[in-house]
Ligand binder design. Structure first.
Ligand SMILES: NC(=O)c1ccc[n+]([C@@H]2O[C@H](COP(=O)([O-])OP(=O)(O)OC[C@H]3O[C@@H](n4cnc5c(N)ncnc54)[C@H](O)[C@@H]3O)[C@@H](O)[C@H]2O)c1
Length: 334
């Protein structure tokens, strides 16, 4: 669907006229004009708030800025907050929608590959604390997600690779055939339409069974994230992109799986090769002390009673949550 059709598409949802588009400087410069025009044409009275781009700004100050704009825009409880941009904008706007007036409708217009294949669906929203990534948040399902693939034409190559980390993740944890397909395509140029579609099918199939991550199913989507989030936190949010940290995190988790005898070295090597071919790191470039990393990893949302729980692959196409991995072995892998 095209962004120019946003207004026509949202007209039938019963939202109030006043609406707020949340974007950042990059996505806003490129696409806010089209979206605002389309909303106006459909009879909405849209306002916009433009945030500074990047993970560095995924914090409470940005949330406060959105609240201020929501008040100024005259939103009521039936007014939609519309996220236009990548995962950072989506997570912030979604959290604001979950909490402003105790909850207003939320719509996602993702413009990065990562947001299209992952963050725009599933309803996780939130922001970072200096102590840890995504430590504050809420579940808030979007009423609609409108994906315009043509927005990917302006996305820098590093951010396309960044999104591919989450795509490769789906292959490793739940779809060996998809992983094979990605291996064949690597280096040839990605068929992004096919990739977005399959990724969303896979994510939706997990989320619909375990929306609130209570049944131990949705947690597998966090493959690579416990290591990755610790790396993002320690790097100070920004220098290492989320997908890059997840890529190195997946490689570390696979390495741990091999060490525990849960996965063959050959399978782990396939993952590392595909990451490299996709332009992603297969190890952490910056060296942190293993004890430092472990300390941050223990703040992960999957931790229970101080016991770390990790998503570990057993082969390409299958992963499970494992607890009680001895810290000594994790340290060795780190
Ligand atoms: N909620 C979830 O389920 C979930 C899942 C995965 C990741 N995330 C979160 O998503 C965030 C990462 O998202 P991201 O990688 O999209 O980062 P991002 O939102 O920072 O976007 C990346 C960069 O691309 C720019 N940009 C956006 N669209 C563009 C376009 N079409 N053309 C050119 N530039 C464009 C942005 O301004 C930004 O500079 C992380 O904070 C991560 O924690 C959330």
């Amino acid at each position: 669907m095209k962004l120019a059709e946003t207004g026509r598409f949202l007209k039938n949802f019963g939202f109030s006229r006043n609406t707020l588009v949340v974007t950042d400087k990059n996505a806003g410069r490129l696409y806010a004009g089209t979206v605002l025009k389309s909303l106006r044409r459909a009879g909405f009275n849209p306002s916009a708030v433009t945030l500074e781009p990047g993970e560095k700004h995924k914090n409470i100050s940005s949330v406060a800025k959105i609240y201020g704009s929501a008040v100024k825009a005259g939103l009521d409880r039936k007014s939609a907050i519309i996220a236009l941009g990548g995962g950072v904008v989506g997570d912030l706007a979604g959290f604001a929608a979950a909490t402003f007036m105790r909850g207003v409708p939320f719509v996602q217009l993702p413009t990065t590959l990562l947001a299209m294949v992952d963050s725009s669906v599933g309803g996780k929203t939130g922001f970072d604390l200096k102590e840890g990534k995504n430590l504050a948040g809420a579940f808030c399902q979007p009423k609609a997600v409108l994906i315009d693939l043509s927005t990917l034409k302006t996305l820098p190559a590093r951010h396309v690779a960044n999104g591919m980390a989450e795509v490769i993740k789906y292959g490793v944890i739940m779809d060996a055939e998809f992983f094979d397909y990605l291996e064949k395509k690597a280096g040839e140029g990605w068929d992004l339409e096919k990739i977005v579609f399959r990724s969303l099918e896979l994510k939706a199939s997990v989320v619909e069974k375990d929306e609130f991550e209570e049944k131990g199913l949705r947690e597998i989507l966090n493959f690579g994230h416990t290591f990755g989030h610790a790396c993002e936190t320690l790097s100070g949010y920004g220098p290492v992109l989320h997908g890059e940290a997840v890529a190195a995190g997946m490689a570390a988790a696979a390495g741990l799986s091999v060490k525990l005898g849960r996965m063959t070295a050959g399978e782990s090597a396939r993952l590392k090769n595909l990451l490299k071919k996709a332009g992603l790191p297969a190890e952490f470039k910056k060296k942190f002390k293993p004890s430092e990393i472990l300390k941050v990893m223990l703040r992960d949302k999957k931790t229970r009673n101080g016991r770390l729980r990790l998503v570990l692959p057993s082969r390409i196409g299958k992963a499970e949550v494992v607890s009680g991995v001895p810290e000594k072995i994790i340290r060795e892998v780190l």
